[in-house]
Design a protein around this ligand. Structure first.
Ligand code: TYD
Ligand code: MG
Length: 454
C-alpha cells in the first residue's frame, strides 16, 4: 500500500516546497518564510497511464479575434486593465490596508453594473450594511450590484454558479475559507486553494473575477507568490500616506501593457480620476529652487512629468545618510558613484535626501539624468531653469544613452509650458519645434553646460 502523503512545507515568499521545516528557504533565501501545509491529494497513481482525449491542435498562424472588452467608463481604470475588462479573466488587486482598494473596486463595480454587466460584490471583511453605507456615501446606491457578505468558498462558488455574473469581486482573498483545506483563513494553503478554485471557476464559467489581496510589510501580496502566477493581471494600488494621490499600476497583464498607471485622488466623495497627472504632480512646484529637476517620463503608454527633489547637507555621521523615496536606491548609489568617478564631484561627508514629489514612484532608467541634475543643483545650490525638462539614462562610463519615446516626452513637456529640455545625444526629435532641446553626449558635458565647469 502506498504511504499516506505527509504534510509539506511551503515557502510563502517563492512558493518552493520543502520536505522539512527550515529557518531559511533554500530556493529564495528568505528567512522565516516556511510554513507547514496539509498534503495535496495525489489523485491515484494510475490516473496518468489511462488514456485521455486528444487535444484539438491549431497552428500559430490561426487568426484569433482580439478579446472583446467591456469598459466601465472610469478611463483611468479601463486603461490600466489594457482598455477594458476581458471576460473570464482573473485580476488581482493588491495594496496596503486602508489605501482605498474597497472604495476603488466598489466604484468600478458600480460603473460596470451601470454599463449593463451583471456584477456581484462579495465582501469577506465588512458586513453588507457597511458596504451599503459606503455605497450611499459614494452616491452608488442605485447601481444594480449584487452584494454578499460571505467567506465560505463553497457557498460563494455555488452562488456564482447560480447567478452567472459577468464580473465578481472578492474582497479579500485572505478572508476566504475553503472547507477542503485544514488551515486558518489567510494561511498559505487557504489563500492558494481559494485563489485556485476561484480562478478555475472564472475560466470555466466565463466569469471575470477580481481578487483583492493584502500586502505584507515589505510590499508583497500576502500569501504565496503563486497567486500572482495564477491570475492574468496583477494590479497594485499604491500611494503615500498623507498624500491624496493614489496610483493603480499594472505590474503584470496578459491582455495589455504592464507598467500602465491610472492616477486617482482620494476625496470625501471617494476616488476621483486625475486625467492630467503631469499637471497634478507639478502643481506644488513654486519658484525655481535648488535641488529640483523635472523629469519627462513615460508610464505605460502615456508621458508623465514628475519633479525629482534633492537635498544635500553636510553630515555628522561616519557613513552619511542616503534617504531615497520613490526612486530605486541602488540606481541612486550608482549615479552618485558615476558623478564622483567620471565628473570628479564627490558626495563624501554629505547627507543625501531624494524624493519624487506627490508620492509617485519612478522606476525608469531614463530618470537617471534628472536625478543627477537634482543632486548637482542641490550640492551647488544653483537652481535649474524652471522651464526645463530632463531625461536620459546614464551609463557607468558617464555617457548618456538615448531612451524610448523621446518625442512623446517632449510633447508632453511642451504642452505643460516647458520651453527647453536636456536629452542624450542620439535622441531623435523630429516633429518638435518651438522647444530648445539641448543634446549632450555625457554627464561631464552636462555638468559643464549647466553648472559651469563644476
Ligand atoms: P478602503 O477602501 O476601506 O481601503 P482598503 O479596502 O484598501 O483597506 O479605504 C479606506 C480609507 O479611505 C479610509 O481611511 C477612509 C478613506 N476614504 C475617503 O477618504 N473618502 C471616501 O469617500 C471613502 C469611501 C474612504
Ligand atoms: Mg477593504
Amino acid at each position: 500500500m502506498a504511504k499516506a502523503p505527509s504534510s509539506t512545507f511551503t515557502c510563502t515568499a517563492c512558493g518552493a516546497v520543502h520536505k522539512k521545516w527550515a529557518g531559511r528557504c533554500e530556493a529564495c533565501g528568505a528567512w522565516n518564510s516556511i510554513t507547514e501545509e496539509a498534503p495535496l491529494s495525489a489523485g491515484g497513481a494510475k490516473a496518468l497511464s489511462q488514456r485521455g482525449r486528444t487535444i484539438p491542435l491549431t497552428d500559430l498562424a490561426t487568426e484569433e479575434a482580439p478579446p472583446p472588452r467591456v469598459r466601465c467608463g472610469m478611463d483611468e481604470f479601463d486603461r490600466v486593465l489594457g482598455g477594458g475588462l476581458v471576460p473570464a479573466s482573473a485580476i488581482l488587486v493588491g495594496g496596503d490596508p486602508g489605501i482605498g482598494k474597497s472604495t476603488l473596486l466598489l466604484q468600478a463595480t458600480a460603473s460596470f453594473a451601470r454599463n449593463g454587466v451583471k456584477c456581484l460584490y462579495i465582501s469577506g471583511e465588512e458586513a453588507a450594511a457597511q458596504v451599503r453605507m459606503r455605497a450611499q456615501r459614494l452616491g452608488l446606491s442605485d447601481a444594480p450590484v449584487g452584494l454578499g457578505a460571505e467567506t465560505n468558498l463553497r457557498d460563494i462558488l455555488t452562488t456564482l454558479d447560480a447567478e452567472r455574473p459577468g464580473l465578481a469581486v472578492i474582497d479579500s482573498i485572505q478572508t476566504m475559507w475553503a472547507d477542503t483545506v485544514e488551515a486558518a483563513p489567510g494561511s498559505v494553503s487557504q489563500v492558494r486553494a481559494a485563489a485556485h478554485e476561484l480562478v478555475t471557476f472564472a475560466k470555466r464559467r466565463g466569469v471575470a473575477i477580481i481578487l483583492v489581496g493584502h500586502v505584507t510589510k515589505d510590499g508583497q501580496i500576502a500569501g504565496p507568490r503563486v497567486v500572482e502566477h495564477m491570475v492574468d493581471t496583477v494590479l497594485y494600488f499604491e500611494g503615500e500616506r498623507g498624500h491624496q494621490f493614489r496610483i493603480l499600476r499594472a505590474v503584470k497583464n496578459r491582455f495589455g501593457p504592464a507598467d500602465e498607471i491610472g492616477v486617482f485622488e482620494m476625496t470625501g466623495g471617494g476616488l476621483a480620476q486625475v486625467a492630467n497627472p503631469s499637471a497634478l504632480f507639478l502643481s506644488e512646484r513654486g519658484q525655481a529652487q535648488p535641488g529640483s529637476a523635472v523629469f519627462a517620463g513615460i508610464e505605460g503608454t502615456r508621458p508623465v512629468l514628475t519633479e525629482v527633489q534633492a537635498l544635500v547637507a553636510p553630515s555628522t555621521l561616519a557613513s552619511p545618510r542616503r534617504t531615497v523615496v520613490g526612486l530605486d536606491s541602488g540606481r541612486v548609489s550608482t549615479i552618485l558613484a558615476v558623478l564622483e568617478a567620471r565628473c570628479g564631484i564627490p558626495f563624501t561627508g554629505l547627507d543625501v535626501f531624494l524624493n519624487v514629489a506627490g508620492g509617485m514612484r519612478v522606476n525608469e532608467p531614463a530618470a537617471d539624468l534628472a536625478i543627477a541634475a537634482a543632486l548637482l543643483s542641490a550640492r551647488e545650490d544653483v537652481a535649474l531653469p524652471p522651464d526645463m525638462a530632463i531625461f536620459g539614462e546614464i551609463s557607468l562610463s558617464g555617457a548618456l544613452r538615448p531612451v524610448g519615446q523621446a518625442e512623446n516626452r517632449l510633447k508632453e513637456a511642451q504642452k505643460l509650458g516647458f520651453s527647453q529640455a536636456i536629452a542624450p545625444e542620439r535622441t531623435k526629435i523630429e516633429g518638435i519645434d518651438g522647444m530648445l532641446v539641448r543634446k549632450m553626449p555625457d554627464l561631464t558635458a552636462f555638468v559643464g553646460e549647466i553648472f559651469g565647469a563644476g
